[in-house]
Design a protein around this ligand. Structure first.
Ligand code: FAD
Length: 292
């Protein structure tokens, strides 16, 4: 099979890449950014996308860093899932992102696939997104007019749709350090263990105060369950200020399932997903509390 022709360019800096995107937009040409290519190559092959220009950003060194800056960790969009899985900084401070990255595909996919690609591709099943949502991450988008920063939840419009402009590049992911009291967990449900795209996944972080015997705060996000990634605020409310009991967990599970249906409407998958969301939430909360 031959690919439809496109111009290929590999800029060496963000400024150069943005200029290529700006010119393509000005000339009415479709441009696609290539990072690890694990999503894009499939889409090109299937002709789901037919760009005039492919902008390979994999040779821009400044986009591959993981750095601590005060109370935040800054992650370059070219950081791969393997790098996230093994980085001491990520494991120590935002371990849930490391767990999510470890759940991605196979070693080959983790070595090539990047965090930026996972975010911008905006698959509802993307493994890192629920973790970034509960970490309250922010994204830096760079375009011809400079940078803008927005919260990860404001980035997505729907499945595979985001607010990124045609002449913008995702250039950084800012992850605020969560309170040290938080205990976090990432769970993934997939058909097969290896190479499976998640049927559903969940990230949870919470602080259970053992002296007072109440949940002080909780953050929950379930992937593949809502049109846009959101916090399961109804389940969070059902937990906060409550003790760690079966009935509180069941209430939280039901609240999450009801919020999913309210946001997604009744679909063919609802019969499967509704009880599973509830169970996932209960399991995750239990496991997070057991972390101590
Ligand atoms: C066999 C297989 C298994 C997989 N398993 C999983 C899995 O278990 N979990 C999971 O979450 N994903 C999985 N994926 C999907 C994919 O590997 C991930 O989404 C990966 O993180 C994409 O990163 P990439 O660098 O390869 O993106 P690319 O394919 O290079 O790009 C993806 C999209 O993002 C855009 N883009 C990339 N970087 C930027 C940027 N910096 N700024 C603006 N736009 C950008 C591209 O234009 C493209 O639209 C799998 C894919 C395959 C083929």
């Amino acid at each position: 099979m031959s690919y439809p022709g496109f111009q290929y360019t590999a800029p060496r800096s963000v400024r150069e890449a943005v200029e290529v995107l700006r010119l393509a937009k000005e000339r009415g040409k479709g441009a696609k950014i290539l990072a690890g290519g694990t999503d894009l190559m499939v889409q090109l092959r299937e002709r789901a996308v037919t760009p005039d220009v492919v902008v390979d950003i994999s040779r821009i060194p400044s986009l591959t860093r993981i750095e601590r800056m005060g109370n935040e960790i800054r992650i370059g969009p070219l950081v791969t899932h393997s790098m996230l899985a093994t980085s001491d900084l990520i494991r120590e401070y935002v371990g849930v992102l490391s767990e999510a990255a470890r759940a991605v595909g196979s070693p080959q996919i983790r070595n090539l696939g990047t965090l930026g690609g996972n975010i911008v591709n905006a698959s509802p099943a993307a493994d890192t997104i629920p973790a970034l949502v509960i970490l309250e991450a922010r994204l830096i988008l760079t375009g011809p007019g400079g940078e803008r920063v927005l919260s990860i939840t404001d980035f997505f419009k729907g499945p595979y749709a985001t607010v990124i402009g045609k002449d913008e590049l995702l250039t950084g992911i800012i992850v605020p350090l969560p309170p040290p009291s938080g205990r976090a967990i990432f769970l993934k449900l997939a058909r097969r263990k290896a190479l499976a795209i998640a049927r559903m996944n969940l990230a949870c972080m919470l602080y259970y105060n053992r002296q007072k015997e109440v949940f002080e705060w909780t953050r929950l996000c379930v992937g593949s369950s809502t049109p846009r990634p959101v916090r399961m605020t109804e389940a969070e409310k059902a937990l906060e200020g409550q003790p760690f009991t079966d009935s509180v967990l069941q209430k939280a599970g039901r609240a999450a399932a009801e919020q999913m249906v309210a946001l997604s409407g009744l679909r063919s998958s609802t019969a499967y997903k509704k009880p599973v969301v509830g169970d996932l939430v209960m399991r995750a909360v239990r496991l997070a509390v057991e972390k101590g």
